[in-house]
Design a protein. Structure first.
Ligand SMILES: [Zn+2]
Length: 188
């Protein structure tokens, strides 16, 4: 295996670069930055729902979700900087798309489109960022992050940071946005 695959910090262990983030339109901060120390590769800790850790998603009752059917559930995250953020999960415990049967995968494609359309119905939303990481929990979850119209700096991969930088969406607006999404999704 090439050395780089063992330790991405470089041969001396500290050859990190600083990209010109201050020139990036989407960079949320001002001032100089430098990379923090990157630890040497370490054992992977068990994620939520892995090893001895129980799966929070499997234990969560339907009442905590804004929309459910027999195979899928949609969870709205609490109010944050973006107008609406939610995650789509299969009811069955699956770590990644690789664990789902073809019938569920086909349905997953339909659900991704349904949820995207529903979140686009939120007033003032231009685009939906759809993401899947799987770093924190071992139960498949797709992120949907609503990017407001005209707020071009939130247009890319830094939207997750902007979500914590922008002022929190007021409760009444957020509740209205949830209601819009649920109505647009329609019955299960
Ligand atoms: Zn689970």
């Amino acid at each position: 295996m090439p050395e780089h695959a063992h330790d991405p910090r470089g041969p001396a262990g500290r050859e990190l670069r600083t990209p010109p983030v201050r020139d990036w339109d989407s960079w949320p901060f001002v001032g100089d930055v430098e990379p923090k120390e990157l630890r040497a590769p370490e054992p992977e800790p068990p994620r939520n729902g892995e090893g001895d850790r129980p799966c929070e998603a499997c234990q969560k009752p339907d009442s905590e979700y804004i929309w459910t059917d027999t195979r899928w559930r949609l969870l709205a995250l609490p109010p944050s900087g973006l107008p609406f953020v939610c995650i789509l999960e299969p009811r069955v415990h699956a770590d990644g798309p690789r664990d789902l049967p073809d019938t569920m995968l086909a349905e997953m494609g339909v659900m991704l489109a349904r949820v995207e359309r529903a979140v686009l119905a939120v007033p003032g939303v231009e685009r939906i960022h759809i993401l899947r990481y799987g770093e924190g929990a071992a139960h498949l979850h797709w992120w949907f992050m609503a990017r407001p119209t005209g707020v071009r700096q939130v247009a890319s991969s830094l939207a997750m940071i902007w979500d914590d930088v922008l002022p929190t969406t007021p409760d009444d607006v957020w509740h209205a946005n949830v209601a819009t999404v649920v109505a647009a999704l329609g019955p299960a």
